[in-house]
Design a protein around this ligand. Sequence first.
Ligand SMILES: Cc1ncc(COP(=O)(O)O)c(C=O)c1O
Length: 361
Amino acid sequence: MKPSIPDYILSLKPYVPGKPLEELEREYGIDNAIKLASNENPLGPSPRAANVIREAVGKLNRYPDGGGYELIQCIAEKFNIDPNTIVLGNGSDDIIALLSTALLRAGDEVILPQPSFLFYEISVQSAGAIPVWVPLKAHTIDLDGVIQKVTQHTRIVFLNIPHNPTGSIVSKTDFEQFMAAIPPEIVVVIDEAYIEFVRDPNCVHSFDYLNTGRLVVGMRTFSKAYGLAGLRIGYGVMPSVISDPLNRVRQPFNVNSLAQVAAVAALSDDDFLKKSVDLVHEELDFMYASLSQRGIEYIPSQANFLLIRVHQNADEIFNRLLKQGIIVRSMTSYGYPAYIRVNAGLHEENVRFLEALDDVL
Ligand SMILES: Cc1ncc(COP(=O)(O)O)c(C=O)c1O
């Protein structure tokens, strides 16, 4: 017997994560591989977070605080926002899934820039809703294109600022024009997974729209600038008309206790945050200069990664780099078949990557 499974589940394309380092080392029998594929923090976790985790291990027999009280208070204080607007997630992936579960019915439409972070599509389709794609314009989210795709069935628009995989942003001015044109009942989600790395002062920030009466949701994560990707902790900030249904559908203990204490500590680790952001800026500038010297095209980025044009099949370049012990991301599945995405690593990792790129090109 087979269970009856909806077509929209059977047609899902499973998320393909960046290849794990251990897997590559096992397959190729090497021990010095480097990973520049998942936009992780190359410096490791925030040291303050690592310390409190050691202390908290002794309390693992207890359930976590299901309300995440202390972490929510810390986020609220740090960003001067109302604690009632914050929903914690098992990574910001969890917030994406909660938004889909709580807000979508079968047949609803959700507008997504194309390409986008791949999990939006998975989560929208899992709810039986329909992704409606708007291609990027000049590697940037086409806000006018989004407006044109709005119908009476549109429930959510996902904007990813900075955008993954291009690293482009949306200016405050353009966002405000967009908000003036979009119907007020549509939920506008701004995924700010890379916001800490932005250098452009004109970039829009979701928290500025919390008290405007509009349905704007900001999403942030501890996986990137704070170096806690393995712990799975992120959050959304939203009006209570959205946080209330999200809190009804989320698992009672969706954020584990180590993640909660680590995130509290990481939020106060200003030295680590600065070191992480400075490293990304220095190393992206180094990569830009090195690629320009070689006559290799790239897309400048406001995030911690960049797209590099390899002028050949990106899957092929990905495979050749793998053989040199370097994991990057082929952008074929994102619709950029001549590009690879590479995040800023440690300086020596970036040097090794550039040497390997010379070799494989
Ligand atoms: C744009 C974007 N949103 C969300 C996520 C998920 O982050 P988290 O680790 O918080 O689930 C990622 C991870 O790469 C991302 O690139």
